[in-house]
Design a protein around this ligand. Sequence first.
Ligand code: PGA
Length: 258
Amino acid sequence: MNRSKRSTIVAGNWKMYKTIEEAVDYVKELAPMVQESPVQVYIAVPFTAIKQVAEQTQGGKIIIGAQNMNDATEGAFTGEIAGRMLKDAGAQFVIIGHSERRHIFNEDNAFINRKVKRALADGLQPILCIGETLEEREAGKTEEVLETQLTQSLADINKEQMGNMIIAYEPVWAIGTGKTATPEQAQEIHQFCRGIIEKMYNKTIANKTVILYGGSVKPENAKALMDKPDIDGVLVGGASLKIESFSQIVNYQTVKIG
Ligand code: PGA
């Protein structure tokens, strides 16, 4: 299938950075710089900034989301946040199963699967993250790990719901390390993941699913990655914190780097 039939998405993940004021100032300045871009622009901001930033960007190009949520609708879960609260604050999407959640906070595929289901039920678009560690890659287990993560995290997600899912392949060894998978390495994995989705659903769904790449994406490497046929966009951590680098990634088709 022609890649142009899938949306191209550049998503920022601010992690635990930016106060409300810093966040609002950022989107105010970014908005006119990305307004004309054919790319869809998503930013996952800290919980505390969602409401103000969503109000600031309302009706515009930038789509605001969250970085995590709990799998319950509500309850005695001190310190947790529910999807319906995120939606209420103005979030439209949520990152689920980021490697920092999997590895620092010990989230497993079963928990991530429950969160994906809850996010969909709450009207939030999930960005499901998957990725192998360096140890797994060196042991030749990359494909096995990704297949397990995909099948378990997407368990019971039906064909219709798949239409609202975004997948992000983020090799753990490339996150925040400055080491990026080469465009060829990433393309190979994206193609493999699309094959797994085809096996789980069908070819049409596999061809429609947006698969992002994440891990040390910068203005310098964004174009080469997104030019690959199965890489439908990028999930950007560090380089999304600065307007200059993030806007260059969004405008990767027109901006000349260096
Ligand atoms: P990075 O983070 O771009 O800083 O490597 C990516 C991510 O964690 O989503």
